[in-house]
Design a binder for this molecule. Structure first.
Ligand code: DU
Ligand code: SF4
Length: 230
């Protein structure tokens, strides 16, 4: 299996009844007025980016009117505006904006995935939903492992999910369990002995970027760590 096959499988997953209902209800009846005339994806968000990535970005979950509308990670919402602008500044993205599929955006060396692949109500997946979706994250880490150098966890949920996946895959994880923070780092070691640097960043959601809890400089500094050897 490769990432294209993984993404195809993810995009038809229906394992969480509550999230299936929510993603489809938003897509059919709950569209934001400004997008009312657009088709909505209404499915899980597959990964996006370079299939041979050395860097993974682990987000939280699709936004109801963002990825759940456009079908592409961090595309069509304010979080994505922040993330892709920063990835462009760092040289991972060929353009600073992510509007919709077909806009020419391509990532080099980096792939974006999420802890939970379906839009959750209030952007808050349940513990059960995180656990149900975790095997998809495991497969992404497993496929990336032979080349993987680093991972950027956006928020504590992404951080905990990445650490949990690494443990299930038999990677060496420091004890006590590494704690999330903005700029936090931990080195995880794959069974092949490959060190993978996990970097934490506050999530690029509006509640952090509008309030100044996360600044562009802070995000750029976290992303800069991804290119350095662990
Ligand atoms: O069709 P494809 O070349 O497999 O690409 C699928 C999808 O992934 C495309 O919309 C661009 C993106 N992508 C990328 O961002 N970086 C790459 O190196 C290859 C593909
Ligand atoms: Fe499947 Fe994950 Fe969506 Fe649940 S959240 S339905 S496990 S893709």
């Amino acid at each position: 299996p490769d990432v294209a096959e993984l993404d195809a499988r993810i995009s038809v997953c229906r394992a969480c009844p509550g999230l299936v209902a929510w993603r489809e209800t938003v897509a059919t009846q709950g569209r934001r007025a400004s997008f009312a005339d657009q088709p909505y994806w209404g499915r899980p968000g597959p990964g996006f980016g370079d299939p041979d990535a050395e860097v993974l970005v682990v987000g939280l979950a699709p936004a109801a009117n963002g990825t759940n509308r456009t079908g592409r990670m961090f595309t069509g919402d304010r979080s994505g505006d922040w993330l892709y602008a920063a990835l462009h500044r760092a040289g991972y993205a060929n353009q600073p904006q992510s509007v919709a599929a077909g806009d020419g955006l391509a990532l080099t060396g980096l792939r974006i995935i999420a802890t939970v692949r379906c839009a959750p109500p209030a952007n808050k997946p349940s513990t059960a939903e995180k656990a149900t979706c975790a095997p998809w994250l495991d497969r992404d880490l497993e496929l990336a492992a032979p080349r993987l150098r680093s991972m950027l966890a956006l928020g504590s949920i992404g951080w905990d999910a990445a650490v949990g996946s690494a443990r299930r895959l038999g990677w060496e994880v420091p004890r006590p369990k590494p704690r999330f923070g903005h700029g936090a780092e931990a080195v995880l070691t794959t069974p092949d002995g490959r060190p993978v640097r996990l970097v934490g960043s506050y999530h690029v959601s509006q509640q952090n970027t509008f309030t100044g809890k996360l600044t562009e400089a802070m995000l750029d500094a976290a992303i800069a760590r991804l290119g350095e050897d662990a």
